[in-house]
Design a protein around this ligand. Structure first.
Ligand code: PLP
Length: 436
């Protein structure tokens, strides 16, 4: 009774199918999970794009347990603890340009809502309160808050939930199979799609647009790297019209693309940058938004005793998260994990591209240490083949992969070895053959 599966409503999961054949994980170390019966399962997804330094790393575990003994919690409003300042400084040092002020929260979804609210408030306090419109992108994923699903572009995440935020519009997705199939890294075709922002400016009037939010690489809808030159063009259009540019780096942050942030890989600095996941290497929930100094300064007006931004969470900059974050950043630095990802990228792409030519493989995309693989769906049963692939990977191949519909995604911890990269794609190839 105490261990029955009924009570827990499993998120983003088909509960009945899952509870019939649950995929249970009991412990983890480095590149592997272990099931309750002791089977080692290779982690092809860094948890859920988050355990970038691998699992249960000793320095992170020790930092969390030390912190729990010393200070379990300090109020997030009107009080603070030293590690919150230290971690903010460390994050600011990793972000480009004058992205130097850090607002902490607890997840990617909260980071997105925080960024959207800061953008709206920024225009408001500067007397441009008519700038309320937010622009997202089709196939974008920005978490599950009402702000995030409003600017997001995934129909199932939106259609059940009413009217969402008013005044949102969307850029077109940057993906075209016809133009881009089997590209390694950034596709050559598609930069012109950024110009759609000019069309939205013309349609809505520039004085109504507050911000544009995009993932530099769209992870959740199947690893869609930005076309060459696309982000630069978006930046230029935003600059021309006083629109804030928000990068959602919840997946791309902390090394996934071989750099601390995708902003550095692409040489494009946003006005606000959302992070989560890799900040603690997945060990404690944490998220945040880094904003340009000039944005922060715009809020630092008025009487000094008055709150400048009416926003925050009970667990913003939680001591355990800050301790885990500092330890994770130390590991990334000491083990050169971002550089390691950059160095392994060609090997990873080579291994991923071996799937080309397998039956039913419509496209393989790679960037950094991530790959998206589109499988042909079964007629009339979208997503069935993908789901079966994930089940088979886990039960038959001892491999964790991610699926979105019939697209498989792989994004292992950055400590992955070359042999493990080969193992991941050999297992994936067997899975693909088995489900075709
Ligand atoms: C780009 C992006 N933004 C936001 C989120 C939401 O993060 P969380 O699940 O921590 O709320 C995700 C999660 O995958 C993401 O990929």
């Amino acid at each position: 009774m105490s261990n029955d599966l009924d009570a827990f409503w499993v998120p983003f999961t088909p509960n009945r199918a899952f509870k019939r054949a649950p995929r249970l994980l009991a412990r983890a170390k480095d590149m592997h999970y272990f099931t309750p019966d002791g089977r080692a399962v290779l982690d092809g997804l860094a948890g859920l794009w988050c355990n970038n330094a691998g699992h249960n790393r000793d320095p992170i575990v020790a930092a969390i347990s030390r912190q729990a003994e010393v200070l379990d919690y300090s109020p997030a409003f009107q009080f603070a603890h030293a590690k919150s300042f230290e971690l903010a400084s460390r994050v600011a040092a990793l972000t480009p340009g004058d992205l130097n002020r850090v607002f902490f929260c607890n997840s990617g979804s909260e980071a997105v809502d925080t960024a959207l609210k800061i953008a709206l408030a920024y225009h408001h306090i500067r007397g441009e309160g008519a700038r309320t419109r937010l622009i997202g992108r089709e196939r974008g994923y920005h978490g599950v808050g009402f702000g995030g699903i409003s600017v997001g572009g995934i129909v199932n995440n939106r259609k059940f939930f009413g009217t969402l935020l008013a005044g949102v519009d969307h850029l077109p997705a940057t993906y075209s199979r016809e133009q881009q199939a089997f590209t390694r890294g950034e596709p050559a075709w598609g930069a012109h799609l950024a110009d759609e922002l000019e069309r939205l400016v013309a349609l809505h009037g520039v004085a109504t647009i507050a911000a544009v939010i995009v993932e530099p690489m769209a992870g959740s809808t199947g690893v869609l790297p930005p076309p060459k030159g696309y982000l630069e063009r978006l930046r230029a259009i935003c600059d021309r019209h006083g629109i804030l540019l928000i990068f959602d780096e919840v997946i791309t942050g902390f090394g996934r693309l071989g750099y601390p942030f995708a902003a550095e890989r692409y040489g494009v600095t946003p006005d606000l940058l959302c992070f989560a996941k890799g900040i603690t290497s997945g060990a404690v929930p944490m998220g945040g938004v880094v904003v340009r100094e000039s944005l922060y300064e715009a809020f630092m007006q008025g009487p000094e005793h008055a709150i400048e931004l009416f926003h925050g969470y009970t667990y913003s900059a939680h001591p355990l998260a800050c301790a885990a974050g500092l330890a994770a950043l130390d590991l990334y630095r000491d083990e050169n994990l971002f550089e390691r990802a950059r160095r392994l990228e060609p090997r990873f792409a080579d291994a991923a591209m071996t799937l080309k030519g397998l039956p039913g493989v419509l496209d393989v995309r790679t960037v950094g240490l991530s790959a998206g693989i589109d499988l042909a769906g079964r007629p009339g049963a979208v997503g069935e083949r993908g789901y079966e692939a994930m089940e088979r990977a886990f039960h038959d191949e001892d491999l964790v992969i991610r699926i979105t519909g019939d697209t498989l995604a792989l994004a292992p911890p950055l400590i992955v070895s070359e042999a493990q990269i080969a193992e991941i794609f050999e297992k994936t190839a067997r899975v693909i053959r088995a489900v075709m």
